[in-house]
Design a protein around this ligand. Structure first.
Ligand code: ADP
Ligand code: MG
Length: 221
């Protein structure tokens, strides 16, 4: 099954000059972990924001799990797309505890299922002792785990991660990368990971897509 199907997407922040996203098409199959690479400014973050519904394309369409979320006639709101996103700076709510941060995305879930779901997610990211902490009481790596737990909690069709390791120091990075692999496979998660580090792609991705002048879809390992 195609989890993400992007057709001829065009997007620009202004009407002058070359579009940031210029006729981009790609498909991501179920359970694939795909690395999105390319030089700074090539539109990697913008692509994820378009898929998540945080920007509206000028042209083209996006299907998530074979349902249209953007066409020339349709724009489905971010919360209705079945897409989870982890931002580069984690974007945790500073005034909410870990538990409240994860709870935030679970308004659709019947009330009695929320606590068990939060417990399941905290266990998945090995943070079950930290549910009452605030983000500022956690290390960078711990905050990232919570951002991951929050994104995974509603069980999205696809997880989008924008430079998930860029705020971590080198030692921690290798450890978190290995953990992330285990977590994603355990959760059977289809995932698009933006990174500028080739080592990330080799460590966690099944395939790589290069953003650039002409976006290139290639098979790696
Ligand atoms: P990448 O993530 O690959 O580094 P981005 O998607 O962030 O690239 O940016 C692509 C291009 O769009 C860059 O030229 C950037 O300057 C521009 N851009 C990004 N965000 C905005 C914005 N909010 N307003 C105007 N231009 C933007
Ligand atoms: Mg970026």
């Amino acid at each position: 099954m195609k989890i993400v199907d992007i057709r001829n997407l065009v997007f620009s922040f202004s009407s002058a000059g070359e579009p940031v996203i210029n006729d981009v098409s790609m498909t991501i199959q179920k359970d694939e972990i795909v690395g999105i690479v390319g030089p700074s400014g090539s539109g990697k973050s913008t692509l994820l924001r378009l898929i998540a519904g945080l920007e509206m394309p000028w042209q083209g369409s996006i299907y998530i799990a074979e349902k249209p979320v953007v066409t020339d006639k349709l724009f489905v709101q971010p919360e209705n797309r079945g897409v989870g996103m982890v931002f580069q700076d984690y974007a945790l709510f500073p005034h909410m505890t870990v538990k409240e941060n994860i709870m935030f995305g679970l308004s659709r879930l019947p009330r009695r299922e929320r606590e068990p779901r939060i417990a399941e997610m905290l266990e998945l990211v090995k943070m079950d002792k930290f549910s009452e902490r605030y983000p500022h009481e956690l290390s960078g790596g711990q905050q990232q785990r919570i951002a991951l737990a929050r994104a995974l909690a509603p069980k999205p069709n696809v997880l989008l991660m924008d430079e998930p390791f860029s705020n971590l120091d080198a030692d921690l990075k290798a450890e978190i990368r290995a953990d992330l692999c285990v977590i994603l496979k355990k959760a059977n998660m289809t995932c698009m990971v933006v990174t500028h580090d080739q080592a990330d792609v080799e460590a966690i991705c099944d395939r790589r897509i290069t953003m650039g002048q002409r976006q290139k879809e290639d098979e790696s390992h």
